[in-house]
Design a protein around this ligand. Structure first.
Ligand code: DAH
Length: 338
């Protein structure tokens, strides 16, 4: 006479094979393998068996449990395959696939890449600093007095803890000099933030490339040569560049840079594109104080610095009439620069 476990296996097998869908198969699984299923309760009964019976029955129980589990899995796999082929049967494989839209580089990114490329050729390395800054890096170290209008809450975004969103990338000059002694030749591209009234030429977020060159005997001639070369590489060899006096607390003398080129749509008019100047000795002194040494001795080293408006440059180069277009994410705008 076959062992009752054998009978159980046969019954289970019949039931599994006649299950017509996933639901009835699950019912069979619960019936045999569920926590209070019949195979599981055999496991409980094992405890009551005598020493000589235990090994044989235990072995048989394992065998039955494995066989039932395998049969259920096999049947479940069959249902899954059927379901998949049903789904596939309704697909017309001759239909064209879904096209992936191909993006392109944002005009500001293109502008940035071109600019970095030009400065790289002149030996400038990339430097970096945080968008959220402290007042010291943004103003104090840059020789900006506490009552300077740029520090006003009307002009600068302050965080509750007293930190701020940097209003220019000149902060990175300071960070670069804190990190390494001269000679120094870096550019620092990045976003800046000001509480400006927003219009076609002003945005609360805009972009600059900061530049800093410190070495022995650096003069205004080096500054002019470097930035003239940059502008002509960017806008073409016929570009005229002029330097006008200006004022920044962190440079002496301070200059603003204008360009004009027939090759550009707005060619006939001078356009201001940057501020620059010779690094103020007070900036070197502030850096020395923070470093705790005299690495930037203003008697030994001189330097020039500049801040280029990336948005402005891109607007000139690509003839873009409104700065707000950069951030509106309108594909009709962006596609024109693909
Ligand atoms: N930080 C100035 C601004 O945002 C631009 C500037 C002027 C940067 C002179 C400089 C500089 O490094 O030397 O308007």
């Amino acid at each position: 006479m076959p062992h009752p476990l054998e009978e159980l296996r046969k019954a289970a097998r019949r039931e599994i094979e006649s299950a017509s869908d996933a639901q009835s198969l699950e019912a069979a699984r619960v019936k045999y393998l569920g926590r209070s299923g019949s195979i599981s309760s055999w496991g409980e009964q094992m405890k009551t068996l005598g020493k000589d019976e235990k090994p044989t029955v235990g072995k048989l129980l394992n065998h039955v449990r494995n066989a039932v589990t395998a049969a259920i899995e096999e049947r479940a796999q069959k249902f899954r395959t059927e379901r998949e082929s049903d789904a596939l049967a309704n697909i017309d494989i001759s239909l064209p696939g879904t096209r992936h839209e191909r993006g392109s580089l944002h005009p500001l990114t293109q502008m940035l890449d071109r600019s970095i490329d030009i400065f790289r050729r002149m030996g400038f390395a990339l430097a970096d600093g945080p968008d959220i800054e402290d007042e010291w890096h943004c103003f104090d170290a840059l020789n900006t007095p506490p009552d300077h209008p740029a520090r006003n809450e009307q002009d600068t975004f302050y965080l509750p803890d007293g930190r701020l969103l940097r209003t220019h990338t000149s902060t990175v000059q300071i960070r670069a000099m804190q990190a390494a002694p001269p000679p120094m030749r870096v550019i620092a591209p990045g976003a800046c933030y000001r509480r400006d009234e927003i219009d076609a030429t002003h945005s609360a977020q805009f972009h600059q490339i900061e530049g800093l060159y410190v070495d022995e005997n650096v003069s205004v001639a080096d500054l002019k040569g470097t930035l003239e070369f940059f502008m002509r590489e960017l806008f073409g060899p016929e570009t005229a560049v002029r330097f006008l006096p200006d004022h920044f607390p962190f440079t002496e003398p301070s200059l603003q840079i204008h360009v004009r080129s027939k090759a550009l749509k707005r060619g006939e008019q001078w356009i201001e594109v940057a501020g620059c100047g010779m690094v103020h000795p007070a900036v070197f002194e502030a850096v020395n104080k923070a470093r705790g040494d005299a690495a930037y001795d203003p008697e030994k080293w001189t330097g020039f610095a500049f801040g280029l408006g990336m948005d402005r440059l891109a607007m000139i180069l690509f003839d873009i009439p409104d700065i707000r277009l950069f951030a509106q994410n309108d594909l009709r705008f962006l596609r024109q620069f693909a």
